[in-house]
Structure formats: structure tokens, C-alpha cells
Write a protein of this length. Structure first.
Length: 77
């Protein structure tokens, strides 16, 4: 089922609800979701710069395989 179908299914289900406690829970979920910040917005400049350096490394082919990384760091795992 795709996301649009899921949403329509939920809308239909909610429209038939008569249980106030379930509606209250859904309202809480909606409010929590509306008030939540995107984690990206809470990152420090240094963290964003580090992520962007990593993405540039990927674009430029400066990566290692999982197998190579395990060999390098296996003593720490």
C-alpha cells in the first residue's frame, strides 16, 4: 500500500471514531509532531561542516568498503 492510500485509510477510520480517548491520543501525536524540530536544525556548524566533508568525500570516491573498515577497527569492536 502506498503512503497516499494509507493516509486515506486513516482519514476514513478517524472520521468514524467515537472514542474521545483515542481522539485525544491522536491530537497529542499531532501536537508532538507539529512541535518537533528537525534534528538537522539543532546541529552545530562544525557538525554540519563535517557531514558536508563526508558527502564530498563520497562524491569524489574517497571511501572504503565495509570489509576494509572492519579490518581497521576490529580491535575496537
Amino acid at each position: 500500500m502506498n503512503i497516499q492510500t494509507e493516509k486515506l485509510d486513516l482519514i476514513e477510520w478517524i472520521s468514524k471514531l467515537n472514542d474521545a480517548s483515542v481522539i485525544d491520543k491522536l491530537r497529542e501525536i499531532k501536537n508532538d509532531y507539529s512541535n518537533s524540530k528537525d534534528w538537522w536544525d539543532s546541529l552545530k556548524k562544525e557538525e554540519i561542516d563535517s557531514i558536508n566533508r563526508g558527502l564530498k568525500d563520497i562524491e569524489e570516491g574517497r571511501t572504503h568498503s565495509h570489509e576494509t573498515a572492519r579490518k581497521i577497527y576490529e580491535k575496537y569492536l
